[in-house]
Design a protein around this ligand. Structure first.
Ligand SMILES: *Cc1c(COP(=O)(O)O)cnc(C)c1O
Length: 370
């Protein structure tokens, strides 16, 4: 059997975040088991997509659900859905947008690498506002007969003066324009699975492979029935813009198992467990000369989970922040951490397996002591 070891691929302890580059998250046994069962039998993929979607929609208090190849793949099919609706000729023609709505509105403050998934459909991003402030009249002025949707990137990607999501939904809906929320990393809190759509968003899009701990190549589009139907038509196995973003039967059952697990999790217990780890790290690390560690909250994506922020006095420690980060990654076991502001690093407990918090602490102490 091929293994990471046999391929000479270095296993990494992830004290960083649910980074795609590191593999997102680790799948719990119930998810793996569902994928294994799915892998053993042929089914009609569209039928499975419908049934899994119905089940997840029910579980998450949504009208409908489409299982995508990831949040980015979900954005592609959801934008395509807003452009084409259920018009089969338009679906077949994409990304040729002749005669179709070809503009998507975005706050300038929210522009980020993931908006490539929006542009992939061929639409033009129309920016509104400034990094620090966006006005309601700027949104109203940007909406016209070519507007296919408004995309909203929730969480830490926004600006301090953005129009509120409630207002964006109100104004857009008054003009008949759908609103899509990229909530890829917006779990926890678990309520976000229904919060944005209950606010009126036409769809909220989540990664399956981040905190949900489903398959890395899976995602959720949760929302209105018309939009989910149009996502399915713009997705595999149909010949469509979403055809290359295939979702396998294993991903579908695996994601369903992950959603069931996530809804049943003791989220409060988990949060206090994370707090205990962070407190333990801070206490131990602050004993080192030239090191100061404190609890940081919320996390990098704005989620209500703590991290430890560790500051180094390079003159005392004798190594730069960059050297410590690289040292952690180059040593064995390899540990990935996130660089922070002012020569600090963040230690994140949420992506660790049980007991790894001790390994992370020991490795960091080792790096600091040189
Ligand atoms: C991670 C992320 C995505 C992409 O999610 P995938 O499931 O990896 O496709 C999109 N948008 C944001 C804001 C993200 O954080």
């Amino acid at each position: 059997m091929p293994t990471y070891a046999e391929l000479d691929v270095t296993p990494i302890i992830n004290a960083n975040a649910t980074l795609t580059r590191l593999g997102g998250s680790l799948m719990p046994p119930e998810v793996l088991k569902a994928m294994m069962e799915a892998a053993k039998v042929f089914v009609e993929l569209p039928e499975l997509q419908r049934r899994v979607g119905n089940r997840i929609a029910l579980l998450t208090q949504n009208e409908a659900c489409y299982v995508s190849s990831g949040a980015a793949g979900g954005i592609v099919v959801a934008i395509a859905a807003c452009v084409t609706g259920n018009d089969m000729a338009a679906i077949e023609r994409l990304p040729d947008l002749t005669g179709l709505k070809d503009e998507v509105i975005v706050h300038k403050s929210q522009r980020n690498g993931y908006d490539h998934a929006v542009r992939q459909v061929g639409v033009k991003l129309v920016e509104i506002g400034y990094p620090a402030v966006t006005e309601v009249w700027q949104l109203e002025g940007a909406i016209n007969e070519k507007t296919a949707a408004v995309i909203w990137f929730h969480g830490a990607l926004g600006g301090p003066g953005d129009i509120s999501l409630e207002k964006v939904i109100d104004i857009s809906h008054a003009h008949g324009v759908p609103v899509l929320v990229d909530a890829a990393a917006q779990l926890p809190p678990v309520e976000n699975l229904w919060k944005f759509t209950q606010m009126g968003a036409d769809a909220a899009i989540f990664s399956g492979g981040k905190d949900l701990r489903g398959p890395q190549s899976s995602g959720l589009v949760l929302g209105k029935q018309w939009l989910i139907d149009a996502c399915a038509r713009n997705g595999p196995p149909n010949h469509s813009i979403g055809r290359p973003m295939k979702v396998g039967k294993e991903e579908m059952l695996g994601l369903l198992a992950a959603v069931e697990r996530y809804l049943a999790l003791d989220h409060e217990g988990r949060a206090s467990q994370m707090d205990e780890i962070v407190t333990g790290w801070c206490n131990e690390l602050s004993k080192l000369d030239g090191v100061r560690a404190e609890r940081s909250f919320p996390n990098e994506a704005g989620q209500p989970l703590p991290r430890a922020q560790v500051h180094f006095d390079a003159a005392v420690v004798g190594r730069s922040r960059g050297e410590i980060v690289q040292g952690l990654l180059d040593g064995r076991p390899a540990v990935s951490v996130a660089p922070g502001p002012d020569d600090s690093i963040f230690l994140n407990p949420t992506t660790l397996e049980e007991g790894e918090e001790e390994v992370v602490l020991a490795r960091l102490v080792e790096e600091v002591r040189g």
